[in-house]
Design a protein around this ligand. Structure first.
Ligand code: HAM
Length: 428
């Protein structure tokens, strides 16, 4: 083997102080903090589920014929069990809801999450093999206010982060019967044009024809202009819910466009489907997507439907969008105090003082090798420390330390006995 190991393509290390916001841990923590705060305000409770799930759950939940299940799952066998690294969290959360009998808890369940997901896609900007989703699910009601509520909490997160140039597209996919009837009509219309379709659309025609509506190929878009329209196949109930949702969004001043071609890449949706896009992040422009999935529960083994609606969003795409919009990107946190020690006795003394100051709640750092004053001062500058304490063996004999205020440049000698108290008082 030559050289050291590297991260797998399509995965990343997140590092403190990294140049690119996408891999700078401070940015992630800032965004995660906003997500937790907004979700909390909207009354959602956090849920964390395992990264490993039974393959059957994901395959039956998302649908055998979807791209995710047929091509993009990381699965492996152990004994006679097949495991999958979760490609999303909606099916796992419905599993958890059923497993823990959450329907017996009073009221609807509002759940939210942040965590890694895995899809074996071809990596490119905005598309990774390990990526991170945050999202929210409301389980236990078919009230269209729940659909409006998940869209509202989603929009609130982007608004709080001041990300505005987004576009919300919505559609209704109808009830359980709508899709098969529409699929049949679409296949009937497209089959005579099979040769005019791209290879990928020809594949989809037999496996998952609704996805052809998503095409970005101009000739296919033209062909689709005369295709049967999903809207003509929608049942009365779904129409009613859709109208109610649109009314609620308008009242909440959440702007949207209706997109009758919007179908989602996962099979579990009925009725509401939506996507949020941002134009500034390249080809992978979907920041978030979601919809209603009342039939997911029976698909994964429940004896009855469980009405539910939710959204999930990509963390990486959100950070790319923040970067493209030149929004504030947090840097590393500055240190309150940086200790500089010159000599071994001073090194020991500084180390003890460091622990006292940390115990009092201050953020304090020091170098652990015995390096020159200049080198240690450089580190103090990089740490953006407010105060620098310099302990040197010869000043220690007089029980004194030097304290430098990095803001004003002022320097003073302070008796060791009063040093900790002085700093704590000044900085706390
Ligand atoms: P999804 O559209 O497959 O929906 O994914 C949601 C979001 O995850 C996407 O809009 C995108 O931002 C991000 N994402 C997906 N794949 C990747 C990738 N390979 N690299 C980077 N980001 C990616 C779902 O997963 C559903 N569970 C959403 C949902 C929740 N529906 C109801 N509740």
């Amino acid at each position: 083997m030559k050289g050291t190991f590297q991260t797998i393509e399509g995965t990343s290390d997140l590092l403190s102080g990294a140049q690119r916001p996408l891999v700078r841990i401070e940015v992630w923590r800032h965004v995660e903090h906003v997500i937790h705060t907004v979700m909390h305000r909207h009354g959602f409770a956090e849920i964390r589920t395992p990264v490993l799930e039974p393959t059957g759950l994901v395959a039956r939940g998302i649908g055998e014929l979807t791209d995710i299940v047929s091509k993009e799952m990381f699965t492996f066998e152990r004994g006679d069990t097949s495991y999958v690294l979760r490609p999303e969290l909606t099916a796992p959360i419905m599993r958890a809801y059923l497993q823990h009998h959450m329907e017996q808890k009073p009221g609807v369940q509002r759940l939210y999450y942040i965590g890694p997901c895995f899809r074996a896609e071809r990596p490119q900007k905005g598309r990774y093999r390990q990526f991170h989703q945050f999202g929210a699910e409301i389980i236990g009601t078919d009230d269209p206010r729940a659909d409006a509520e998940v869209i509202a909490v989603m929009m609130d997160i982007y608004r709080t982060l001041e990300l505005t140039k987004t576009q919300l597209r919505i559609n209704t996919l109808g009830d359980a019967e709508t899709r098969p009837r529409f699929r049949k009509a679409l296949v009937k219309y497209l089959t005579p044009h099979r040769e005019a379709l791209t290879k990928i659309s020809r594949e989809r025609l037999s496996r998952n024809p609704l996805r052809i509506l998503d095409t970005k190929v101009e000739a296919e878009r033209v062909l689709l202009e005369d295709a049967p329209r999903l809207l003509d196949y929608i049942d009365e109930d779904s129409r009613g819910s859709y109208e109610a949702l649109k009314g609620l969004l308008q009242s909440l001043s959440i702007s949207f466009v209706e997109d009758p071609m919007l179908v989602r890449g996962l099979d579990y949706y009925t009725q509401t489907a939506f996507e949020l896009e941002h134009a500034g992040i390249g080809a992978q422009s979907a920041l978030a997507g979601g919809g209603r999935y009342d039939l997911l529960a029976p698909a994964i083994g429940a004896s009855h439907p469980v009405p539910a609606v939710g959204f999930a969003a990509g963390m990486e795409r959100l950070i790319l969008a923040l970067e493209a919009s030149e929004l504030l990107m947090p840097e590393e946190h500055p240190f309150d105090v940086w200790m500089i020690a010159l000599g071994e006795t001073a090194g020991r003394e500084a180390f003890l003082l460091l622990q006292t100051l940390r115990a009092a709640g201050l953020r304090v750092g020091m170098e652990l090798g015995y390096r020159s004053m200049k080198a240690q001062m450089r580190l103090a500058n990089r740490a953006s420390a407010q105060q620098v304490v310099i302990l040197a063996d010869r000043e220690l004999e007089a029980e004194l330390a030097t304290v430098k205020d990095m803001g004003t440049g002022e320097q003073s000698m302070v008796p060791l006995a009063r040093l900790a108290d002085n700093l704590i008082k000044k900085l706390n």
